[in-house]
Design a protein around this ligand. Structure first.
Ligand code: CDP
Length: 207
């Protein structure tokens, strides 16, 4: 696979992958794919009765654009469909085609460095303590007007991490060559700076 400048960003729920990936994409002038959105879109369709494999095989741009995809209910549904091998298989080609774009791309998810782009130029594994991640997601969701408690958000994060790490198919784990960034004690600027530095170091080393 010819991955000129693919950046893989993986990590557990609400670790800040999305914010960091968007900042990396802006800094390096690359397109960004939030692969969690694919699983969320499939999960959302199952909540309205669609079979998960059928949903994954016929996903449309409209499905990805729906506005309820960020709710904890959809997140749970996403992590349930994400254990199904045929669902994951149906989403591989789209992700790899995105990763192979001329000039490169940033992809964030759970299995980008391990399965989707094993030859990525730079791999980051972004994490933080469950309490810190839950607090950040709580502020994000309540900021959007969602009526939810801290306890519910923490329970969602812990349940998804457990399901994501312990599934047979493409479990969440750092690739052997991923650089770990623990953002528990960092603000967003520090985390982005650390991520940019890591990518620069990795890409310079491979020149
Ligand atoms: O934003 P957050 O980290 O909470 O979740 P997300 O990235 O939107 O992913 C939602 C769910 O999709 C995860 O809990 C995983 O179960 C699944 N997922 C996956 O299995 N593989 C990926 N590459 C991306 C997401």
């Amino acid at each position: 696979m010819n991955e000129t400048f693919t950046i893989a960003v993986d990590g557990p729920a609400a670790a800040g992958k999305g914010t960091i990936s968007k900042a990396l994409a802006a800094h390096f002038d690359l397109p960004h794919l939030d692969t969690g959105l694919l699983y969320r879109a499939v999960g959302a369709l199952t909540l309205t009765g669609t079979d998960p494999v059928t949903a994954a095989r016929s996903l449309t741009a409209d499905d990805l654009g729906r506005d309820n995809l960020r709710t904890p209910e959809v997140a749970q549904a996403a992590s349930k469909v994400a254990v199904i091998a045929d669902v994951r298989a149906a989403l591989v080609d789209f992700q790899r085609a995105f990763a192979r774009r001329i000039g490169g791309a940033v992809l964030d998810g759970r299995d980008i460095g391990t399965v989707i782009c094993p030859n990525a130029k730079a791999k980051l594994f972004v994490t933080a303590s469950p309490g810190v991640r839950a607090e950040r997601r709580y502020l994000e969701l309540t900021g959007k007007g969602l009526d939810i408690t801290r306890e519910q958000v923490l329970a969602d994060v812990v349940a998804r991490d457990d399901r994501d790490m312990n599934r047979a198919e493409a479990p969440l784990k750092p690739a052997p060559d991923a650089v770990l960034i623990d953002t528990s004690e960092m603000n967003i600027n520090d985390a982005v700076t650390a991520a940019i530095r890591t990518v620069e170091t990795k890409t310079q080393a491979s020149r």
